[in-house]
Ligand binder design. Structure first.
Ligand SMILES: [Zn+2]
Length: 81
């Protein structure tokens, strides 16, 4: 059964989920179904759990950073005078 890594677009949570057929996965943290599927890289997966943890942290930081930048841009656009 295929297991995929997902990053939640809403809260940045990284998790693995079993995907069966057309059943949509949802974030275990906020139940959002707005998810970004990560491509599995078997070569990296053989590395160690430390590598995966680092990847997860990096992805989370990235997601949160993008969110902050987006918020900043929205602020600037609405306060353009
Ligand atoms: Zn979430």
């Amino acid at each position: 059964m295929p297991i995929f890594d997902f990053v939640c677009s809403d809260c940045g949570e990284l998790f693995e989920a079993l995907v069966r057929g057309t059943q949509a996965a949802s974030c275990p943290k906020c139940q959002s179904t707005t998810l970004e599927k990560q491509l599995s890289l078997p070569a990296i997966k053989t590395d160690a759990s430390h590598g995966l943890a680092m990847q997860a942290a990096t992805r989370r930081d990235k997601a949160q950073g993008a969110e902050r930048m987006h918020a900043q841009r929205q602020y600037e656009l609405s306060h353009d005078d």
